[in-house]
Design a protein around this ligand. Structure first.
Ligand SMILES: [Zn+2]
Length: 173
């Protein structure tokens, strides 16, 4: 099935569930974002070398900023351990921040996209399920009626448009 056909079908299914077109469009956009980031992650060493600071370790990071470097393995727990002196609170906070390491930029982007999808779904009576394998379905949403079309019967698969092989070739050189 072509992307266009999948997209039309997705619009009509979500429309029947009472989901507004702009919400459906946002889900399609995020699904493509997640798909492309996963493709990059799988196939490009260059994508892994393009690194940024862990969101939780940035200067002025919000409390809600996710730590992604612990999973990635670049968190330095020895330098992050607090010193046992109550007078050193500010110093300890700075130490804790500096313990966060660097991670590939695509991880930060994926986490941000995932958070946007979760928020969008919560606001519109949908439940998001994420798949990590770009060969499979990256995003499925459970709809109010319980209708499903994914093979795990969790919900409706959100179509995505991956990179063409030519685009991939250019990026991964
Ligand atoms: Zn971190």
């Amino acid at each position: 099935m072509s992307y266009q056909t999948e997209r039309d079908e997705f619009f009509s299914i979500l429309g029947a569930e009472g989901i507004r077109p702009e919400v459906t469009r946002a889900l399609l956009r995020e699904s493509t974002t997640l798909q492309r980031l996963a493709e990059l992650e799988c196939s490009s060493e260059r994508a892994d070398r393009d690194q940024v600071r862990c969101p939780a370790g940035r200067l002025g990071a919000k409390k809600s900023a996710p730590c992604l470097c612990k999973d990635y393995g670049s968190y330095d727990s020895t330098s992050g351990a607090p010193l046992l002196d109550p007078g050193l609170r500010a110093y300890n906070a700075a130490r804790a921040r500096k313990a966060h390491g660097r991670i590939p930029r695509h991880m930060v982007k994926s986490a941000a996209s995932t958070a946007r999808v979760v928020k969008l779904c919560q606001a519109h009576n949908l439940v998001a399920h994420f798949g990590g394998d770009p060969r499979g379905c990256m995003l499925v949403v459970s709809v109010p009626s319980g209708r499903t079309n994914d093979w795990e019967r969790r919900g409706i698969a959100v179509p995505s448009q991956g990179y063409t092989s030519a685009q991939m070739e250019r990026m991964c050189r």
